[in-house]
Design a protein around this ligand. Structure first.
Ligand SMILES: [Zn+2]
Length: 372
């Protein structure tokens, strides 16, 4: 039997071999679409950077072990490094899954639409970059490799707004988390009532509503949230609480939207609120939601802060969404100047007109996203 120090070195060597194997598989990847070459190159480079950090941590652990000769602290450090290596492997696997799905009709275009959505928002926040959304069991934002993960089960046009929520996490972690950042101020303002992880979920919803207006609310309230869900989990506020936050944010955004389509935006927001109140009553929730005034006031401050930090990213005008809806109805293509946020909204407007055509409308909308 070897001693504890030798054993720890064996663990380190094993992790190093794992990293080396994963790193080797990242080289020269392609999904067959030349338009995605730069996206994949950027995504794999971000993963290589993560790999280099994990390798450095292992080297530093070994150096400290040979210096001090004591192993207790090093075993504890190894736990953290092992977990980070496992997260890295999950990111690598998610990339493999996207690459292997590239040959699947429909899925390829849908992932391409998610890339365009994230790239448009990166541009609007003044941080242009390529995105190559990866595919996992559930949506999330992988902070280490700065990657948006889509859900394998929800590779469907009407769930694209979930990519917007994940982009909200990306903005919040990378640009709103300094000591005086927008997310930091929001989570601090409600910390007496909400754990930080839950507060961050509210914040990602606020960013997504800010970026896409009614489209995000439609997707959450009509497809995602269960009106009877009034119990928060360890990771997320309840659906009822999230709906409250999204509807509050939408009302605030209506008042600062462009004058020409503001009345239409107001009607949509009111219809959504009425729909949700009716749905929760019918689901037996009944009564008003017990929400602290502190959350309502923090939402107000957060929306104002977003308008100040990333003014070009606010969704404020439905005119091009109306043009998208018309073209989806009449067989037209992507209207000039229509943004991804306009397509998301236009698709919802047309779906509400023609609910029985949701599948066809979704497919047409995806082809609009990937039209250059
Ligand atoms: Zn989230």
């Amino acid at each position: 039997m070897c001693n504890s120090g030798q054993m720890l070195r064996e663990h380190v060597a094993d992790l190093r071999r794992q990293l080396k194997g994963l790193g080797a598989r990242l080289s020269t990847r392609t999904d067959g679409d030349p338009l995605n070459a730069q996206r994949i190159s950027d995504a794999t480079q971000r993963l290589r950077n993560v790999c280099a950090i994990r390798e450095f941590e292992l080297t530093s652990l070994e150096t400290d072990l040979s210096r001090s000769g004591t192993v207790t602290d090093q075993w504890t450090r190894l736990v953290a490094i092992s977990q980070a290596c496992r997260a890295f492997a999950a990111d690598c696997l998610a990339l493999e899954q996207r690459l292997s799905l590239a040959a699947t009709p429909g899925v390829k275009d849908l992932c391409g639409a998610a890339d365009r959505i994230c790239e448009e928002f990166s541009n609007k926040i003044g941080q242009s970059r390529y995105h190559y959304a990866v595919v996992s069991e559930a949506e999330h934002f992988g902070a280490n490799a700065s990657a948006v993960h889509l859900s394998y089960a929800r590779l469907d046009p009407w769930h694209l707004s979930r990519a917007v929520h994940e982009f909200g996490h990306l903005w919040a972690e990378e640009f709103g988390s300094k000591p005086d950042g927008a997310q930091t101020n929001f989570t601090s303002a409600i910390e007496r009532s909400w754990e930080k992880a839950l507060a961050k979920e509210f914040f990602a919803d606020l960013v997504a509503t800010f970026l896409t207006g009614p489209a995000y609310a439609y997707s959450c309230l009509l497809l995602d949230f269960n009106p009877a869900d009034r119990v928060k989990s360890e990771t997320h506020p309840s659906a009822d609480e999230r709906a409250f936050a999204i509807l509050t944010a939408l009302d605030l955004l209506v008042s600062s939207s462009d004058e020409f389509t503001r009345p239409q935006m107001r009607v949509l927001a009111q219809q959504l609120r009425t729909f949700w109140n009716t749905a929760r009553t019918e689901a037996g929730a009944g009564g008003s939601l017990q929400i602290s005034i502190e959350l309502e006031s923090a939402i107000d401050i957060a929306i104002k802060r977003l308008a100040s930090d990333v003014p070009n990213a606010q969704y404020r005008d439905l005119s091009r969404a109306n043009a998208v809806a018309n073209n989806l109805a009449n067989g037209g293509g992507r209207p000039p100047d229509a943004s991804c946020a306009d397509i998301l909204n236009g698709a919802w407007l047309q779906r509400l007109n023609r609910p029985e055509e949701a599948v066809v409308i979704g497919k047409k909308a995806v082809s609009m996203f990937i039209t250059h």
